[in-house]
Design a protein around this ligand. Structure first.
Ligand SMILES: Nc1ncnc2c1ncn2[C@@H]1O[C@H](COP(=O)(O)OP(=O)(O)OP(=O)(O)O)[C@@H](O)[C@H]1O
Ligand SMILES: [Mg+2]
Length: 227
């Protein structure tokens, strides 16, 4: 279980403090699909980044089972992240000078895994996202949806326990969005991973096991609150 306890995020600005959320606690069960909706600026990306170990809360704890990731040294945290967490950003952050295959392989190159095995896995993943005949294309030679699919494949290279996706379909048309969501669900099932997605798309959000809403600094369960 991915557990947050009394999570608080406050940005200290020059003259005042900006409280994004305060004392949020929640248990995210592993193996489920979870959506998070909420208005622009409420702190969804901030929360996702903290859950995904790429940002730190001002106060509170983040547990992956019994590991409090905030207790880990920077080096241990980087290793933990590369082994347990996959991130699909709203803007894909693909490296423009590398082709699709290389982009998917990069997270594994950082942790010095066997190159041949990594390449095999990367090809498998690109096949899974329907891009087997595009592996030598650079991002500029791919459509927006294809770039996002490369980003999904890249997020999966290390078999992460948890896949985070921050509005993965924000810039895509409805049909492509649906396809990308279907793909994320297929992958979640196949690897029995946990899928946590921030989305503005209420229609797609309905398909998730657990539906959450971040509002006024609180995380509420939409099923229970019927909001
Ligand atoms: N480094 C920072 N310093 C100060 N304020 C910040 C910083 N980063 C984000 N914020 C503020 O924190 C709030 C939450 O930002 P966040 O990106 O988490 O929102 P969001 O819910 O993901 O919004 P959107 O739906 O538009 O992506 C915003 O009001 C933003 O201006
Ligand atoms: Mg955001």
């Amino acid at each position: 279980m991915l557990k947050i306890e009394n999570l608080t995020k406050i940005y200290k600005l020059e003259k005042k403090s900006l409280v994004i959320f305060e004392n949020i606690s929640y248990n995210f069960p592993f193996g489920k699909t979870i959506s998070i909706v909420g208005d622009s600026g409420v702190g969804k990306s901030t929360l996702l980044h903290i859950l995904g170990t790429i940002d730190e809360p001002t106060e509170g704890s983040v547990f992956y089972d019994d590991v409090n990731i905030l207790d880990l040294s920077e080096k241990k945290l980087a290793k933990f992240r590369s082994e347990h967490v996959g991130f699909v950003f709203q803007f894909h952050h693909l490296l423009p000078d590398f082709n699709a295959l290389e982009n998917v392989m990069i997270p594994n190159m950082v942790i010095e895994k066997d190159r041949t095995l990594t390449e095999k896995k990367a090809i498998e993943l690109l096949d899974l996202v329907g891009l087997k005949d595009r592996i030598k294309h650079k991002p500029s030679e791919l459509s927006g949806g294809e770039q996002q699919r490369v980003a999904i494949a890249r997020a999966l290279i290390n078999n992460p326990k948890v896949i985070f996706a921050d509005e993965p379909t924000g810039n895509l048309d409805e049909k492509t969005s649906e396809k990308i969501h279907e793909l994320l669900f297929k992958i979640q099932k196949k690897y029995n991973s946990t899928l946590i997605v921030v989305t503005h798309n209420e229609k797609l959000a309905k398909n998730f096991d657990i539906r959450l809403k971040l509002t006024k600094g609180r995380l509420i369960n939409l099923e229970e609150n019927n909001d």
